[in-house]
Ligand binder design. Structure first.
Ligand code: ATP
Ligand code: MG
Length: 427
């Protein structure tokens, strides 16, 4: 009896060609992270569910893969990394010198409705800068995200806000924490029911919230926000903070748009927040999200440690690279070794073995294993775009030679067996 088993909904298989591209894109991003002095970490695939109940927000909780293990512990597959990295810091890294510059690259799990650019298992590559609390660290993180995309040739749009502006306004208007979260979620999702909700739940000045989130544009709109919020001192402090960050972005020539409606789905943000979009993706255009979270670590270890970070939605970044057809090198087999008949197989095996030993990590070398005739083997080599075929034949061997065929040029030459290493060193 056969059983047809399909992959679970929202998961994907990645075939070799796809993995080659994904690894290439990952390398391009990581190379920029390392240029900025960030060091790689790895977090566990599952955590105690409580970790994400602290401050990740209702949207994340709704989508979490939660389960009980055999010991009755309530665990979940990680839906995002920041809470885990903070837990790791609190548990393992408190003694280390700050700032800590950390990055990760791993899958996340969310029970969402699968569609293009949205999966149940998806990858995030992100960073956390732990320790400093100033505009330079915020600007560092933003410029890092921007340069990583530039390194891939991805044109993108950066949108920035300061969560303190909205949060402080809501607090001043007497909105409690729980209601704040609801409102922030509605704003984040651009939910059309927001206006009615505000009318019903915010007693006075609810129009101010609507006016505020409509502000978007260049740095000048900070002046408009200052006017609008002149009675709300703590909002003005947040606007000032945002302005200092934008000043730095101006002098390192990073383009941005201020968008006062950016609320972020995650609840732990306390300061600057940003999102990056790539036009090519249509409705799932957000490829990066991040911001400052100065109180999350304190909850986990009773020590006030500010931090700022972001995560790329890696699958979406890869999608943009594909859509734009950006240049990336092709993965090819370097050498296929073909014995003309079974008689020469032993010599072919010896040759493959010596090439592999001499070119570890430099050349890929395989032996024909399907008993193909020479003609079929050459067809096969063509179809997989192998660079060279080495033909091991009896007559050549008698003269201490083999035939090397350059598949790109269609040219053959006979080479002494002792010369082979040199031949490929030069090629
Ligand atoms: P969205 O609004 O698209 O759901 P989000 O606000 O939930 O995004 P974050 O939690 O900030 O996203 O995660 C950062 C990035 O991870 C997003 O910008 C997006 O590119 C990517 N991402 C989030 N959820 C998914 C998913 N289910 N599948 C693929 N990528 C995702
Ligand atoms: Mg989401």
């Amino acid at each position: 009896m056969t059983m047809k088993i399909k992959k679970a909904r929202g998961t994907r298989d990645f075939l070799p060609e796809e993995m080659w591209l994904r690894d290439f894109v990952e390398k391009k991003i990581i190379e920029v992270f390392e240029t900025f002095g960030y060091r790689k970490i790895m977090i566990p695939t599952f955590e105690h569910s409580t970790l994400f109940k602290i401050k990740s927000g209702e949207e994340i909780l709704e989508h979490m893969y939660t389960f009980k293990d055999k010991g009755g512990r309530e665990l979940c597959l990680r839906p995002e990394a920041t809470a885990s990295v903070c837990r790791m810091f609190a548990e393992e890294m408190r003694g280390e010198k700050k700032p800590l510059r950390l990055y990760y690259s791993c899958p996340m799990f969310r029970y969402e409705e699968p569609q293009r650019g949205r999966y149940r298992e998806f990858w995030q590559i992100g960073i956390e800068l732990i320790g400093p609390k100033n505009e330079y660290s915020d600007a560092e993180v933003i410029s890092l995200a921007s340069l990583a995309l530039k390194n891939l040739g991805i044109t993108h749009k950066l949108e920035i806000n300061h969560i303190g502006i909205l949060r402080n306004l809501l607090r001043d208007l007497g909105v409690d924490q729980k209601l704040q979260s609801r409102i922030m979620t509605l704003i984040d999702k651009k939910d059309p029911s927001l206006e009615d909700f505000l009318k019903k739940n915010v007693k006075k000045d609810w129009e101010k919230i609507l006016e505020l989130i409509q502000l978007r544009g260049e740095k000048e709109i900070l002046a408009r926000a200052t006017e609008l919020l002149s009675d709300h001192k703590s909002c003005l402090l947040s606007i000032e903070e945002l302005k200092r960050i934008l000043d730095i972005l101006d002098y390192i020539e990073i383009e941005y748009e201020v968008d006062m409606s950016i609320a972020r789905g995650l609840e732990y943000y306390t300061g600057m927040v940003f999102e990056i979009k790539a036009e090519e993706l249509g409705s799932q255009s957000q490829i990066c999200g991040g911001g400052r979270y100065d109180s999350l670590i304190e909850i986990l270890c009773n020590e006030k440690v500010p931090a700022v970070g972001f995560a790329f939605g890696f699958d979406r970044v890869v999608e943009v690279v594909k859509l734009k057809g950006l240049n990336f090198p092709e993965k090819r087999l370097d050498i296929l070794v073909v014995p003309v008949s079974e008689e020469e197989r032993k010599d072919a095996i010896k040759l493959v073995n010596s090439l592999r030993n001499n070119f570890i990590g430099k050349l890929s070398v395989t032996l024909e294993l399907m008993n193909r005739s020479l003609r079929k083997a050459l067809e096969y080599a063509n179809s997989i775009k192998a660079r060279y075929v080495i033909i091991v034949g009896k007559r050549d061997l008698e003269n201490g030679k083999v035939t090397i065929k350059n598949m790109d040029l269609g040219k053959e030459e006979k080479i002494n067996l002792e010369e082979i290493t040199n031949f490929f060193k030069e090629a």
